[in-house]
Design a protein around this ligand. Structure first.
Ligand code: EPZ
Length: 417
């Protein structure tokens, strides 16, 4: 297993190109199952999750190849309808194949995803959506066994605006008979990106980006070519790196218009943020001001930026409160941040971070994608050496992070244990 050794403190300066969004790419890869043809995705990041989803598609009989950010997927001949446990357990988004397999072939056998580092992550809304569209669902030895003659458009009301359930239902509804109205849908930019790709494949979709999405099902869907939007969470992470190190970093190829809630908090901490349509310059302050953060569904402050901002607030000039509303126990990064000398108290889904003068390097353990990026942020400003173990978590969601950080002035090296 590989680790990163980071020596601090450092100050980041320069520019970094933001890669395509993992959470936009994964739904688009699953959408190719609907088409039965050759699809192409541009601006695809080469991540561990990219490779995992390529493996999931391959087990279905769908080969793909990734060259310089261009992913070619040949969905002409599906030979299996099963997404196996050993893949699904490594990446929950594998369950995105459920909707398209059901819609196109009337059957799917997908392993239940199980929990993750921060507790159970149910899929009841995904299954509710499939059943409302007419599927018969059975749970059999940890697998979802789904059958349907032909899915029928219907009104689906989500209990919460689940991103994954919105993806699965949009994909299933695209080949259902008639109109589907999805209420309380997720409003994330990645959902609008998926709708754009489906529209380019001939599907009539309205309302994406709002809480109510209308999808007119079709008998077949054309292969499509679509560019993946920039990753707003990767962008937010590098912006937080500029903030915590008091640096001056320009993000290239990003979408500030999709990051208002993050930019608000960066500025509240004292950062100077200058944006154009596709760039963002972040100049960190001498002293970081404490702020209060409530995570929520888009366009609220993203839960996927909670750990990174907690790392920043560990050295703020005062106390901050972070309330995690989406995943109440998403705090596996707290004990690791405390190892740097951070002062954080937890009470249920509320964290109080009392800023300290400085952090000290220490050996720490990555537990999930965003928690591990938070450890890198703390390590870059801590005095001395930090070793971050289990960096495969980071590689799931951050393309080429060590070279990107090194180019900005971080002292980071990879070691193989
Ligand atoms: C997506 O996960 C993202 N993953 C997550 O990013 C992100 O944290 C999350 O959305 C919230 O924004 C991808 O896009 C691949 P949800 P997802 O369904 O779809 C509850 C990262 O680091 N829920 O929107 O799994 C759920 O427990 C990852 O890139 C149900 O109760 O999240 C949570 O409390 C981590 N039943 C809330 O809804 C369901 O059937 C939101 O979850 C589904 C969800």
């Amino acid at each position: 297993m590989d680790s990163f050794i980071i020596r601090g403190p450092s100050r980041l300066e320069g520019s970094v190109r933001i890669s395509g969004a993992k959470n936009a790419m994964l739904p688009l890869m699953a959408a190719t199952i609907l088409t039965g043809g050759q699809c192409i995705l541009d601006n695809v990041p080469d991540l561990r999750d990219t490779r995992t989803m390529m493996k999931v598609l391959e087990t279905l009989g769908i080969p793909s190849s990734l060259e310089d950010g261009v992913l070619s997927i040949d969905a002409a001949s599906v030979t299996s309808f099963e997404a196996p446990y050993d893949l699904v357990r490594t990446m929950r988004a594998s369950i995105y194949v459920l909707g398209p397999l059901l819609a196109r072939f009337g059957k799917a056998r997908v392993s239940m995803p199980g929990g993750c580092a921060w507790g159970p992550r149910p899929i009841d809304q995904h299954l509710k959506g499939m059943m409302t569209l007419g599927a018969k669902i059975r749970i059999d030895h940890g697998y979802i066994d789904a059958q349907a003659d032909r899915l029928k458009g219907a009104e689906v009301i989500l209990t919460m605006p689940s991103v994954g359930a919105t993806v699965n239902i949009m994909l299933a509804a695209s080949l259902a008979d008639g109109e589907t109205v999805l209420e309380n849908a997720a409003r994330e930019p990645e959902i609008s990106a998926l709708a754009g790709a489906l529209r380019s494949a001939g599907v009539e979709i309205e309302g994406d980006g709002t809480s109510t999405i209308h999808i007119q099902g079709r008998d077949s869907i054309e292969p499509f070519r679509h560019a993946v939007i920039p990753d707003r969470i990767e962008a937010g992470t590098y912006a937080a790196a500029a903030l915590i190190t008091g640096g001056d970093v320009t993000l290239e190829n990003c979408r500030p218009d999709q990051m208002h809630s993050v930019i608000d908090k960066l500025e509240a901490c004292g950062a100077e943020v200058t944006v154009t349509d596709d760039t963002m310059r972040v100049v960190g302050p001498k002293k970081i001001a404490p702020v209060d953060i409530d995570t929520g569904y888009y366009p609220s402050f993203p839960t996927d930026m909670q750990a990174q901002m907690m790392a920043v607030l560990c050295i703020a000039d005062g106390a901050s409160t972070i309330v995690e509303h989406v995943y109440p126990d998403r705090f596996t990064h707290v004990p690791e941040l405390r190892r740097f000398g951070a002062k954080i108290t937890l009470d249920g889904h509320v964290a109080v971070v009392s800023g300290v003068k400085k952090l000290e390097g220490a050996p720490v353990m990555a537990t999930d994608i965003r928690a591990s990026s938070a450890l890198l942020l703390a390590a870059m400003v801590a005095e001395g050496e930090t070793k971050v173990l289990r960096i495969y978590h980071i590689e799931r969601g951050y393309e080429d992070i060590e070279n990107k950080l090194r180019a900005l002035g971080a002292d980071i090296t990879r070691v193989t244990d």
